[in-house]
Ligand binder design. Structure first.
Ligand code: NCD
Ligand code: ZN
Length: 350
């Protein structure tokens, strides 16, 4: 029997880039349309390193929501701090007490967009901070790739597990960890089998595409994100994990908007823009796997359970009707190209 209508509890996005200024204004309503809450990444320029900066950023997001016509209470941004070599335990205590800052993000220095201020030596520089996070139960959200340029780009996640993740979790076994935007079979096996409070987010692009998508008929910059798409065996492992009954895998779009000109460039930025059609993309991936019945747990339950917040009570309905993805969208004074622009998806939001 084919399902043509799917009503699920309203989902949350546990990994999102909203940017700032004009870009924030251009994208925020798309996320609020589909998701009740989102974990907002702190990799602004300069990065969001203190509770004061996070609360000011939260205010700007609230203003952008109102300006976009989103009613109060429809969407809640959950704020994060950007971990640096100079973060101190008191920053964590303040975050914990703020009620608005719910997690801390680790970018290895140089690993991805706006990560220059990231951590150079996690256990060497951040042990006191990690100790405090473990004590107060503050999750560490990890961009799990080594920044070591001598390591092949397709191996950087697997090497990170050995060089950083395992020593970190050995030193802080009760630290709550989210392995963000997981992209490999190695990562799936690690998260699935590890002892202690570990989870992972998975993007729509990593469920739908393998690395061939970046090179189909020529170079396709809008399929370039970090961690980069991997080979098919990894995609299959990610689909298995997302559609499994493990509570450890949940939705995080990593929607990462960059203006068209910065993607179609001699040195193009990493990031796929998926906030427009995130649930359409995820529904397509789950449908292809014959696992639409697992979408609600992945999109709406497990992340909330991991973060210890109530599950959403309102609903979102998807219908099996073609959704043609626009070829570009307004993005302040520029434009942005959504993932899979111009293609048609079999599902749309009702
Ligand atoms: C993100 C961005 O543009 O901020 N890019 C990406 O490719 N995912 C950064 C990140 O999450 O790595
Ligand atoms: Zn990201």
């Amino acid at each position: 029997m084919t399902i043509d209508t799917l009503t699920i509890a309203r989902p949350d996005d546990w990994h999102l880039h909203l940017r700032d200024g004009q870009a924030l204004q251009a994208v925020v309503a798309a996320t609020a349309r589909q998701f009740a809450r989102a974990i907002v990444m702190p990799n602004l320029k300069p990065p969001v390193t203190t509770v004061k900066l996070a609360l000011a950023y939260r205010e700007r997001i609230e203003l952008a929501l109102r300006a976009a016509g989103v009613a109060p209470g429809v969407f809640t941004p959950l704020m994060t701090l950007y971990l640096t070599d100079n973060t101190v335990p008191d920053d964590i205590v303040q975050a914990h007490e703020s009620g608005s800052v719910v997690a801390v993000k680790l970018y290895p220095a140089g690993a991805t967009t706006n990560s220059d201020a990231g951590v150079t030596d996690l256990l060497g520089r951040c042990s006191a901070v990690l100790e405090t996070m473990q004590r107060v139960g503050m999750p560490l959200l990890i961009h799990g790739e080594v920044a070591d340029q001598t390591i092949d780009i397709f191996d950087r996640e697997a090497v990170f597990i050995e060089r950083v993740m395992k020593p970190l979790r050995h030193a802080f076994p009760e630290l709550r960890v989210v392995f963000e935007h997981l992209t490999t079979k190695d990562g799936v096996e690690y998260v699935r089998d590890a002892a202690g409070p570990v989870a992972a987010t998975i993007t729509a692009q990593h469920l739908l595409y393998n690395r061939n998508a970046i090179f189909q008929g020529g170079v396709r910059p809008h399929y370039y994100c970090l961690p980069i798409l991997k080979r098919e065996a990894h995609r299959v492992a990610l689909v298995q994990a997302a559609t499994s009954d493990s509570a450890r895998f949940f939705l995080g779009t990593d929607s990462a908007p960059h203006a068209r000109g910065l993607k179609e460039h001699a040195c193009g930025c990493a990031g796929c823009y998926t906030a427009l059609h995130a649930m359409e993309l995820y529904a397509t991936a789950f449908d292809q796997a014959g696992k639409l019945d697992k979408l609600e747990a992945f999109a709406s339950f497990r992340g909330a359970d991991f973060y210890g917040v109530p599950r959403n009570r309102d609903v979102l309905t998807l219908v099996r009707e073609p959704f043609v993805i626009p070829t570009e969208l307004a993005f302040g004074d520029e434009t942005i190209v959504p993932l899979a622009a111009g293609e048609s998806l079999p599902w749309r939001m009702a």
